[in-house]
Design a protein around this ligand. Structure first.
Ligand code: SAM
Length: 296
């Protein structure tokens, strides 16, 4: 496949789009190995930039696979258009990934694999957008496949929209995503991500791998949306509200933070100490609190 990049040196990195372009061949190869694209899959790269990851991903994917690229910067889109002009299995989309609807990309009921070296300023909202899209997809699938009237707000049993997601993020964000209860990094992002996905921190990437160099360390994280969630909240909105409220003031106890949602005795009935802090609570307890609120 002859898809060598056209000259891209004229592009000046734009700060507002979080442009730090990868140039370290070893790191690029390591990321592609972590993703391991296979023939016939549909990969979606968010923020392909100048194509540093795109080219090797495409080579690994082969002609039988499909690669969709979502890039916000029009100048980069026109560069990528030239690069991939003769490549029929690349679909280039100029869009803001934060509001992009990924559902129509999943044709033939084939799950999507997401990859992205993401701008740090959009990583958390983008993650929440993708988790919401995945949930919408699973619930829609459940409605089609499930004629019973008693459908909970949670998606159980329907295939995920995304089979996995590999992201380069600020290392500190990866640590928060993967954190265990009781650790300093454990918080809302950990609970919300782990509710929907299995999370795995893969490896760190130094600033020297990018141009221009960011000021912080980066890391690669793998997220795999659960086929079957291990803990199911009856209502995802209640669950999200409980998690947000429980962590609203980190130093305060559950009793204080959750005062408006649940009484102490109800927490004790769940074997949860009202004097504990949210940062010590496992995911299952947040789900139990959420379900107790919905049942009351
Ligand atoms: N993938 C390239 C690489 O590894 O060298 C570029 C990575 S750079 C950190 C982030 C890329 O995401 C840039 O190309 C930027 O223009 C693009 N981007 C920024 N915000 C975006 C958004 N909201 N939607 C889609 N792409 C975005």
């Amino acid at each position: 496949m002859n898809t060598k990049p056209v000259s891209v040196n004229s592009h000046r990195a734009r700060k507002r789009f979080g442009q730090n372009f990868l140039h370290d061949e070893n790191i690029i190869a390591r990321i592609v190995r972590a993703v391991t694209p296979r023939a016939g899959e549909h990969l979606v790269e968010i923020g392909p930039g100048q194509g540093a990851l795109t080219q090797p991903l495409l080579e690994a994917l082969g002609e039988a696979g499909q690669l969709s690229l979502i890039e916000i910067d029009r100048d980069l889109v026109s560069i990528l258009e030239k690069t991939f002009a003769r490549t029929t299995n690349v679909k280039l989309i100029q869009a803001d990934a934060l509001s992009f609807d990924f559902l129509p990309l999943a044709t033939n009921k084939q799950p999507l694999r997401i990859v992205g070296n993401l701008p740090y300023n959009i990583s958390t909202p983008l993650l929440f957008h993708l988790l919401q899209q995945n949930l919408d997809h699973q619930q829609a699938g459940q409605i089609v496949g499930d004629s019973s009237a008693a459908r909970s707000d949670s998606a159980q049993g329907a295939a995920p929209l995304f089979s996995d997601m590999h992201f380069m993020l600020q290392q500190e964000v990866v640590q928060r995503i993967c954190a265990e209860p009781g650790s300093k990094q454990y918080g809302r992002l950990s609970v919300m991500t782990q509710y929907f996905c299995q999370t795995e921190s893969l490896f760190t990437v130094p600033p020297s791998a990018f141009s221009p160099q960011p000021k912080v360390l980066s890391a690669i994280v793998r997220l795999m949306p659960h086929q079957q969630q291990p803990h199911v909240a009856h209502n995802n909105k209640t669950f999200a509200a409980v998690v947000k409220t429980a962590f609203a003031q980190r130093r305060k106890t559950l009793k204080n933070n959750l005062r408006a949602l649940i009484v102490d005795s109800a927490l004790r009935d769940l074997d949860i100490d009202p004097g504990a802090r949210a940062e010590t609570l496992p995911l299952a307890d947040f789900v139990a609190i959420s379900n107790a609120i919905d049942a009351s």
